[in-house]
Ligand binder design. Structure first.
Ligand code: PAF
Length: 285
């Protein structure tokens, strides 16, 4: 498995694949790969003949007081894992390769409305950073299909919207959240958790499952459910950022008639910000 670091190397590797008629998949990542990422690569293998995984810790999507500097960079380890899963090519550009004239004056892609909600409200500029780098990666790679994890549910919605709005000729596919054996959603940031916080962390997913269960059992007082779950998390040592019950497509607060519901949550545990979500379908609506 080859690793390339420049856009021109990437393009020349892909040109021969395209000439041979290969369907190309892109799996965008920030590296420090875990089993959840590798499941995306496996999904990509099913959907395409040639799989490119990008590894790029994108400074543009980190806020000024966030973990850009401490974000784990583990390229050699990531390469080994990808090689063992049949990934074909790694694209690991430098910041200068992606933003040759710096980030401040670089063209930004801003997706309106949906990026102001939930994580967007607490991480201003985050989704502009994500939308910009994903658009750049699409333009560099021209994949037929790109795969993203459902754990970042709002990110997925933002990427679907920008792809539609910009008429980008790429199919967006998603893969289910990969969980540890106790249910905690896999994330590179889980490594930041202390041992006791790691044990407690699963309560976030359990509260989401509780909220889903009471809705399935007939409760429709969405804002009370959300307040109750938030209070429980607070009492258990989390600092909840939000726990919102939303329409799965618009990500606006769920209305009583909405059949497709997603419960989105973000909460701090110590210095670690965890996010997770669960979805449900209400047949009676
Ligand atoms: O989900 C991630 O790892 C990142 O936000 C992404 C999509 C690779 C963009 O940097």
């Amino acid at each position: 498995m080859k690793t390339v670091h420049t856009v021109s190397e990437l393009r020349s590797e892909l040109q021969s694949q395209r000439e041979a008629g290969a369907r190309i998949a892109l799996v965008p990542t920030m590296g420090n790969l875990h089993a959840g990422h590798l499941a995306l690569v496996e999904e990509a293998r099913q959907k395409a003949d040639f799989v490119v995984t990008s590894i790029f810790v994108n400074p543009l999507q980190f806020g000024p007081n966030e973990d850009l500097d401490s974000y784990p960079r583990t390229l050699a380890d990531d390469q080994q894992k990808l090689d063992s899963r049949g990934n074909d090519l790694v694209f690991a550009p430098s910041v200068r390769e992606v933003y040759p004239h710096g980030m401040e004056y670089h063209t930004h892609i801003t997706v309106p409305a949906i990026t102001e909600l939930h994580c967007g409200a607490s991480r201003p500029g985050h989704f502009t950073g994500v939308a910009t780098v994903v658009t750049l990666l699409f333009n560099m790679t021209h994949p037929d299909v790109a795969i993203f994890g459902e754990k970042d549910f709002q990110q997925l919605a933002v990427i679907r919207k920008l792809t539609q709005d910009l008429h980008l000729p790429v199919e967006i596919q998603s893969a289910p959240t990969y969980r540890e054996s106790d249910g905690l959603a896999m994330s590179s940031r889980n490594n930041y958790l202390s041992a006791s916080d790691r044990e407690r962390a699963v309560r976030l997913y359990q509260m989401l499952c509780w909220a889903r269960q009471v809705i399935l059992e007939g409760r429709r007082d969405y804002s009370t459910i959300s307040d109750e779950a938030t209070r429980t998390l607070d009492n258990e040592g989390f600092h909840p950022d939000y726990l919102n019950i939303v329409n799965s497509e618009t990500l606006e607060p769920a209305a009583l008639k909405d059949p497709h519901i997603t419960i989105l949550a973000a909460a701090w545990l110590g210095q670690t910000r965890l996010i997770d979500n669960v979805s449900l379908i209400l047949d009676d609506n």
